[in-house]
Every structure is written in C-alpha cells, then in structure tokens.
Ligand binder design. Sequence first.
Ligand code: B16
Ligand code: MG
Length: 214
Amino acid sequence: MIKAVIFDLDGVLVSTDVLHYKAWKQLAEEIGIHSYCEADNVRQRGVSRMASLEVVLEKGDKTYTEDEKLAMAERKNNIYVKSLETLSAADVLPGVEEFIKYIKDRGILTAVGSASKNAPLILEKTELLSSMDAVSCGLDTTKSKPDPEVFLVAAKKLGVDPELCMVVEDSDAGIKAAKSGGMTALAVGAAKDNSEADYSAESLAEVDCEKIFA
Ligand code: B16
Ligand code: MG
C-alpha cells in the first residue's frame, strides 16, 4: 500500500534540463571548453551541481583548485537562476496536475525529492509548492543520488515509512536511490526502460493509476 509519493523535480514535474544545459554550455564556452554538448548534459541529470561541473571539466584538459571550481559552479548557478525568471505554471509537464489530484483525492501524501538547491524557487514559480506536503532538496542533503538520502529525508519529513513511499524518477541514479532506500519506484521519461523500476511510463500523463493505487 502506498501512503506517499515522492517526486523528483527536473524531468518529472518540470523540464528544467534545457536551462541547466544552456547555463553549463555558457560556462563551458567562457572557460574555453567548446566540446561540451547535449550528450554530456544527459549524464548531469539528477546529479549534484559540483558533480555536474566535473562532467564539464572532463571535456577540457586543465586542473583547477577547489576555490576555482566553487566559483565556476556559482557562475553557472547565477546564469541558471536568471533563466528561471520566466518559469511559470505553464512549464509544468503534461499529466502532473491530474496525477497529483488523483493521489490527493485518495489521501496520499506528496513530497519532492530533488538534488537541486533551487527546488523551492522552481516549485514556487511553477505554483506546485502548495501541492506538496514536504520538500527535500539539495539544501537538506550531503549525498547525491544514487544515495537514497534525499528520498529518506522526504519520507522522514512526511512521517511515512520508506516502504510505504513511491518515488517518481526520470534518472537511473534516482531509481537506484529509491530502491536502495526500500521504496517503490515509478520510472518515467529517460528512465522508463530501467529494469530496477517497479512501474514505468512515458510520462505522468501515461501512468496506469488504477494498477498502482487500486
Ligand atoms: P542545482 P533533479 C537535478 O534536479 C538536475 O537534474 C541536475 O542536472 C542538477 O545538477 C541538480 O538538480 C542540481 O541542481 O544546481 O539547481 O542545485 O532531477 O534531482 O530534480
Ligand atoms: Mg530528474
């Protein structure tokens, strides 16, 4: 029986991956790395900001100090946050509103479990914040997915046992995190073919809710 659903943010509720990509691309160009491309961005999905920076730096041949890396991550974040200015409820992915209504009508609790330190800002701008009973994000955690920390913090904030939580994820690292945290996993989008997931669908609009919650 599922008592709570914990949603990943980027790629599940809203598609900010293109904005992340554009900001990393701008930073890469600024530091003379011209080969960073969209295929590299796929490896940054669900991964922390500093780990994402390493994906960019791998494409160059220079080594940097920790302080230089922190400054680059901050620069990228400033570009990214600026691009979030125009984000609105219109950017919420198809099926999200209906899925949240379906589970809330059945008394199921909702939370977000996202690696992003910008999750509260994104939830506010997309008007999803009021639909969530708890938010667990990069500000609450020290370990990145596939570590289950971000989802375990969400379950704790909700007061629900991990075994009674279902995670919705679009990254393989996130599915691994959900399973190692003892949770049910619903894979969508890029992770839909992940064999570790208990359920899968193209997007939240395509989920067979009766099968999962009946
Ligand atoms: P920030 P998710 C993740 O969001 C993104 O997929 C990933 O590309 C990004 O590096 C990470 O958040 C950290 O984001 O720099 O805003 O703290 O999929 O876990 O919701
Ligand atoms: Mg994601």
